[in-house]
Design a protein around this ligand. Structure first.
Ligand SMILES: *Cc1c(COP(=O)(O)O)cnc(C)c1O
Length: 237
């Protein structure tokens, strides 16, 4: 049997997303598929771009710097009309913000007030606005990163005061498990926090997105309201 190609994988993922949209009465255009490129090189990234996907995600700055440079070169030489958008999805240290912002202005992994403040002040120096998601720990288990649900709502209020960041929404990660009920519970909790922030008197232009769903659980995430899926292995393996 011939090896599956990235194009085949994307086609299958789209079918699954469409099925999940059908089940939950949603429309495919409400959902952004972010191709997570952390394990791959420029050749695979070019294949994804050629298939029409330009929202790309990375979890570590060194690999992001490397592939973002190569991707920019490729685009400039081959399809200068295309615009690629890099999403930072992994844990971010404050001392990396200065290097990150020129490459990526969409950060899904903001998990403290100090990090948000650093992004705001650095964005101010660059004269840009960064879009951030608050990473909430909704799984009810000990996770390495992520804010407690109640604190997430409070932090959203504090971020509203920062002129150079815009609260894009809430991000969460489910536990890596086959237990569908447990995964669903995590996503429902994230959705509740998202709605609670939206109902807390913030500007209606902010907190519009819900970033959840990876290879193992993206159809459940769609059913529970995800607007941004972060998928790696299902595309590249
Ligand atoms: C790696 C990663 C993903 C993608 O994971 P897959 O299981 O390969 O789809 C999504 N989100 C974050 C934060 C990641 O680090």
């Amino acid at each position: 049997m011939a090896a599956r190609t990235i194009k085949d994988n994307l086609k299958r993922i789209e079918e699954n997303i469409n099925t999940a949209c059908g089940k939950s009465g949603r429309s495919r255009d409400e959902i952004t598929l972010i191709a997570v490129t952390k394990t791959v090189g420029i050749q695979e990234i070019i294949e994804v771009i050629a298939a029409g996907y330009t929202e790309l995600g990375e979890n570590r700055l060194p690999h992001l710097e490397e592939v973002a440079t190569l991707t920019a070169e490729y685009i400039e030489n081959n399809q200068p009309e295309t615009k690629v958008n890099w999403h930072m999805i992994g844990h971010l240290q404050r001392n990396k913000v200065r290097k990150l912002l020129p490459i990526s202005q969409t950060i899904h992994s903001v998990d403290s007030l100090r990090l948000a403040a650093e992004i705001n002040s650095t964005a101010q120096k660059y004269n840009i606005t960064a879009e951030i998601f608050l990473q909430a720990n909704c799984s009810g288990e000990q996770q390495k990163y992520g804010i407690e649900p109640a604190e997430t709502v409070e932090l959203a209020g504090q971020i509203g005061e920062m002129p150079n960041i815009k609260l894009a929404g809430v991000m969460t990660m489910a536990a890596f498990t086959d237990n569908e009920a447990q995964i669903r519970k995590t996503f429902i909790r994230a959705r509740e926090i998202f709605e609670q922030i939206r109902g807390s008197g913030i500007s209606p232009e902010t907190c519009k997105y819900l970033s959840m769903g990876m290879t193992n659980d993206y159809t459940i995430a769609v059913e529970e309201g995800a607007t941004h899926l972060r998928i790696g292995s299902a595309i590249f393996n």
